[in-house]
Design a protein around this ligand. Structure first.
Ligand SMILES: [Mn+2]
Length: 232
C-alpha cells in the first residue's frame, strides 16, 4: 500500500480550461518552486475534456499537458481518471494512472486506510456504465477520429456553457449508497472522492472541493485532509 505523505495535494474537478485556470496557475507555482509538494493526487475532471488516442484534443490542452509531463519527472503524480478525462495512461507516462475500472485504490494515511476514486463508479446505473465502456474504448475513439474536430468542437462548446457548481440537495442519501458499495469491496477508514463538487465531509466520506467551483484543493496536514484556497 502506498503512503500518502505530508503536504500531498488533492486536486479535483478543475474543469480546465472552461471553468477557470486555477489548475494551470497552481501547476506553474509548483514548477517555479513557490510551493513544494511530495505527491500530487489528480482526482479526475481536472481537464474539462481530455482523452488519449486523439491528436486534436491533445493540441487543445498542450500547455498543461507539457507542464504535467515535466513535473511528473520529479514529483509523484497519481491520476484518477474522471468522466471528463480518461484513456490517459499513454499520455502521462511517468504518472500512476488509474482508470475507472481500476478504482478505487487503497492508500495509507498514517495508520489509516483510505480508498480513493474519482467518484463516478458507484450508484450510477447500467446506462452510464455502458456509456463509459464505449467512450473509453480505443476502438471507439479511433473510429471517431475522422470526425474528431467537429465532434470535439461541438462538445467543447456545450461543456463551456454547462453549469457545474450546483448544490446537491440529496447528497447525504447518495453518500450512504456510495459508502455501502465501498463496504462490499474493502473496509476502510476513509473514502475520498471528487466528482460532486461539494467540499464536504460526511462521516468517513470526504467529498473534495472542486477547484473550479470552490477554488479549493485538499492538502494533507498531520494525517488529515484540509481544504484550502492557495494564493501565490
Ligand atoms: Mn466527474
Amino acid at each position: 500500500m502506498i503512503a500518502i505523505e505530508e503536504d500531498a495535494l488533492f486536486i479535483a474537478d478543475s474543469h480546465y480550461p472552461h471553468h477557470g485556470d486555477a489548475f494551470l496557475v497552481l501547476l506553474l507555482a509548483i514548477e517555479r518552486g513557490s510551493i513544494s509538494v511530495p505527491q500530487v493526487f489528480l482526482m479526475g475532471d481536472n481537464f474539462d475534456l481530455l482523452f488519449g488516442h486523439n491528436s486534436y484534443i491533445l493540441e487543445k490542452n498542450q500547455q498543461v499537458i507539457t507542464l504535467l509531463l515535466t513535473l511528473s519527472h520529479s514529483i509523484d503524480f497519481y491520476y484518477f481518471e474522471g468522466n471528463h478525462d480518461f484513456c490517459l495512461a499513454n499520455i502521462f507516462v511517468d504518472m500512476k494512472v488509474y482508470s475507472r475500472d481500476a478504482q478505487p485504490i487503497v492508500f495509507a494515511l498514517g495508520t489509516q486506510k483510505v480508498a480513493l476514486s474519482h467518484g463516478d463508479k458507484y450508484a450510477t446505473g447500467w446506462g452510464y456504465n455502458l456509456y463509459c465502456l464505449l467512450l473509453r474504448n480505443r476502438f471507439t475513439l479511433t473510429l471517431l477520429a475522422p470526425f474528431q474536430q467537429m465532434i470535439i468542437d461541438h462538445r467543447l462548446g456545450k461543456l463551456s456553457q454547462k453549469k457545474i457548481c450546483d448544490t446537491f440537495y440529496t447528497f447525504e442519501k447518495r453518500v450512504s449508497q456510495i459508502l455501502a458499495s465501498y463496504d462490499k469491496v474493502e473496509k476502510v477508514d476513509w473514502v475520498i472522492e471528487g466528482h460532486f463538487h461539494q467540499g464536504r465531509i460526511l462521516g468517513k466520506y470526504i467529498s473534495l472541493p472542486s477547484q473550479a467551483c470552490q477554488n479549493k484543493i485538499g492538502i494533507v496536514k498531520e494525517d488529515k485532509i484540509v481544504f484550502q484556497t492557495l494564493s501565490f
